[in-house]
Design a protein around this ligand. Structure first.
Ligand code: FEO
Ligand code: CA
Ligand code: CA
Ligand code: CA
Length: 666
């Protein structure tokens, strides 16, 4: 049977939906008998619990008045509605403006975007494709400006069928890359990576980017040299024919989410790196490793033209990807560093904070079905008065993996060479081996297999931590566990962690499920929301988390081609985590058809929200009423954001501000 992938645009989604078998074969215990035990004993929605507790001690009149008093949304805006069309939507009283688009000229002398004559050389000087993570650091350095700064943006992947003229459709799968050439591959490589770009707010409050700023920089797969530092830096397993030192690599790939460190550097997570490799894995020491990480994935044909992406020719090259990359945005000449101490996996993001004891804690998820949540605690302490002293904090510390218990606690289990089962008998000869193959070490410790960890972020106001589990269609009923209680979940859930006394370095946290996503009106979905959630307030397949400076949660969704199952394009929802309305969603922004919602991010004063519209016109356009076909460059489902017949559809970063000024949603 012909595999139909044409309704998917995210290569990851396509292959996960179609034929990517999860590679975690660890025999974690079966939790069938405790399914829902945790949901049953401690109510998902604390609001509901609080009301029933009140009912015991208070008269009905008191109960009503207390509930009414408490049930005022902390998010003041008029909710928008579910739906799908060719453009994006904000609430009444808000404005949206395009800040920067794929192809916009970035560096000094960069040419204007010419989609009919794009080359790798021009793309290297222009904003890349598929903006995902958006970070912001203020200018001047050391200030807390909300009007001027550097935007740090990941370019996760490319969609050749809507980027290049004359391409007959998606090239992976049955097309066998027939229309691809080395020239197009090199443009793809130049469109991956990251951008650092100076942005400013003008007199009328409108943001624009500063063309030719000396801060502007592209990080690309074609030419940006990066260092491999930490325990695996210089390891034999990172050596290739191009790099005998095992400590230098050109480029970063599939950078999904990230984070800004307390010292103002930009962290970027390399996610589905396996998809960029082709070839046959030879018998040898890396065979099991490649199998565990899904290498080669065959999503792109780079290996046809560049030997390093052919795993048969360069068996160690893929070990040089799958890391968290740290870049100093204030120094355009600095060399980005892959911080191997934080482990090698399909990194979603890397959000951090300064713990109460001064150590820095980074939260990270491995976004694949049945993979794990991780935490890194630095050995050294953050020095607020000496930036230089913080610059290598991420090279030493303790990486640990999450194991969830039925009693509402969870343990962070350290992944340290020579401890427990992490020894030579099990194939580990150094901490380098532990971080390169950290999934194997986590398996041995009995970590809890999750439903694809995406956004994972600490709330610096409440000290709670939130992780979004986006979906897991492959989890069978006998594979349920306390933290992942739905089989074949298309819709995702959000877990809240509470560190003891706000100590993020502690090895035991409490946890509970905040929401089970999806349509609360369909009993088959098994969703759990606060009853105050409206018909537009629920969402599915949550991905990124943002927390504004008032400690309020915002959630971005990525349903892939499943958007037609919920009847709404992706977007941003406010999500109450406190008080009587805990577990209530409220829709704030909606993307154009076929796009995924990335970002969001707030300026320090919360008056601007940056959002990244990724891969518009691609996902599930066969289900878009009236269009009902796959998009191509010549025939896209939308030409957002330019709506110009001479311009292709383009991923772009958008600013959202309140008309007349003021903090968002107040
Ligand atoms: Fe790139 Fe996990 O989303
Ligand atoms: Ca994405
Ligand atoms: Ca993501
Ligand atoms: Ca996603």
């Amino acid at each position: 049977m012909v595999k139909d992938i044409s309704s998917y645009s995210n290569k990851g989604e396509a292959f996960e939906a179609a034929d990517d078998v999860p590679v975690n074969c660890s025999t974690a215990p079966t939790f069938g008998d405790v399914v829902n035990a945790r949901l049953g004993r401690r109510d998902v929605l604390r609001g509901a619990l609080a009301v029933s507790a009140l009912a015991v001690v208070a008269s009905p009149a008191v109960l009503v008045s207390r509930a009414a008093e408490a049930a005022v949304s902390r998010y003041i805006f008029e909710e928008i509605s579910h739906g799908v069309d060719e453009t994006d939507h904000v609430p009444v009283g808000y404005s949206k403006n395009i800040l920067i688009r794929w192809g916009d000229p970035l560096t000094a002398g960069a040419p204007d975007f010419d989609p009919m004559n794009q080359t790798a050389a021009t793309q290297e000087q222009q904003f890349g494709y598929n903006n995902d993570y958006v970070g912001f650091v203020s200018l001047p350095e050391g200030s807390n400006s909300s009007d001027h700064g550097l935007l740090c943006v990941n370019h996760e992947y490319t969609n050749e069928e809507v980027m290049f003229p004359g391409i007959g459709g998606r090239q992976d799968g049955d097309m066998g890359f027939a229309d691809m050439t080395k020239e197009l591959v090199d443009i793809e490589m130049a469109a991956h990576g990251g951008s650092i770009v100076e942005i400013k707010r003008g007199d009328e409050g409108k943001w624009s980017y500063v063309k030719d700023s000396s801060f502007n920089r592209r990080l690309t797969m074609l030419s940006t040299e990066m260092a491999l530092t930490g325990p695996a830096g210089g390891s034999d397993r990172l050596k290739t024919s191009a790099d005998a030192t095992g400590s230098r690599v050109i480029g970063m790939i599939n950078n999904c989410a990230g984070g800004i460190t307390p010292w103002g550097t930009y962290l970027s997570g390399e996610e589905n790196f396996h998809g960029y490799f082709l070839g046959e894995v030879a018998d040898g020491p890396e065979k099991a490793n490649h199998e565990r990480y899904g290498v080669p994935g065959g999503w792109y044909t780079w290996g046809t033209y560049h030997d390093r992406f052919d795993v048969g020719k360069e068996p160690n090259e893929s070990n040089r990807f799958g890391w968290v990359v740290e870049t100093d945005p204030y120094d355009p000449n600095s060399m980005p560093k892959k911080r191997t101490a934080l482990g090698r996996f399909k990194h979603e993001g890397a959000e951090s904070l300064v713990n109460k004891d001064g150590r820095v804690v980074v939260y990270m998820g491995d976004d694949q079905r049945f993979e794990y949540v991780y935490k890194f605690v630095t050995e050294g302490r953050y020095d607020p008065d000496n930036r230089a002293a913080n610059m290598d904090l991420l090279d030493s510390g303790t990486l640990s993996v999450g194991k969830f218990n039925e009693d509402g606690t969870m343990n962070w289990l350290p992944l340290v060479f020579g401890t427990g089962p992490i020894t030579a008998e099990n194939g580990f000869n150094s901490q380098a081996d532990v971080v390169i193959g950290v999934r194997f070490a986590a398996d041995l410790l009995g970590a809890t297999p999750m439903d694809r960890p995406e956004g994972f972020e600490p709330n610096k106001i409440t000290n709670k931590v939130y992780v979004n589990l986006t979906n897991n269609s492959k989890r069978k009923a006998d594979q349920l566990n306390v933290a992942n209680p739905r089989a074949e979940s298309l819709f995702g859930h959000t877990v809240e962690f509470t560190p003891p006394d706000g100590d993020h370095a502690a090895d035991t946290f409490e946890w509970e499920i905040l929401i089970l996503s999806g349509d609360p009106n369909d009993p088959d979905v098994g969703a759990k929301w606060n009853d105050a959630t409206t018909e537009n307030g629920w969402f599915a397949s949550q991905d990124n988390v943002a927390i504004d400076h008032q400690g309020r949660l915002w959630i971005a969704s990525d349903q892939g081609s499943n958007w037609s199952k919920t009847g709404t394009a992706d977007g941003i929802w406010a999500l109450e985590a406190e008080g009587e309305l805990r577990g209530t969603g409220k829709m704030f922004y909606r993307v154009p058809v076929g796009a995924e919602m990335c970002g969001p991010l707030f300026t320090p004063d919360d008056t601007t929200m940056f959002v990244a519209v990724q891969h518009p016109a691609t996902d599930g356009t066969k289900d878009y009423p009236g269009f009902e076909r796959a998009s191509t460059f010549e025939d896209p489902a939308t030409r957002w954001p330019d709506f110009d017949d001479n311009m292709p559809v383009r991923p772009a970063v958008v600013t959202i501000t309140k008309d007349g000024g003021g903090k968002i949603a107040t």
